[in-house]
Write a protein that binds this ligand. Sequence first.
Ligand SMILES: [Zn+2]
Length: 97
Amino acid sequence: MEKLTKNDDGELMLVNIVEGMVRQKVDELIETLDMCDCKRCRLNACAIALNSMPSHYVTTEKGALLGELEDVEINYQTNITVEVTKALLLVKEQPLH
Ligand SMILES: [Zn+2]
């Protein structure tokens, strides 16, 4: 029967979950600093922070992403705050524009 076809809606993706967390943290912390918050500065800060941290890749389905994130997020949270703050201060000192 056609009805038995598997649900293939969940497209598989390779995701560095640290990246999502860093992007979020950059958006959050850049508001608290007296600095330029244009897209370039945000992304530069993301790049610096991500390069200074180990990446954490997972294979996941699009819909399942949020659930998995929460578990690992706790382990990374402190480190991310530290590295993102450092990165933002670097960008603040030397905006590349
Ligand atoms: Zn800027």
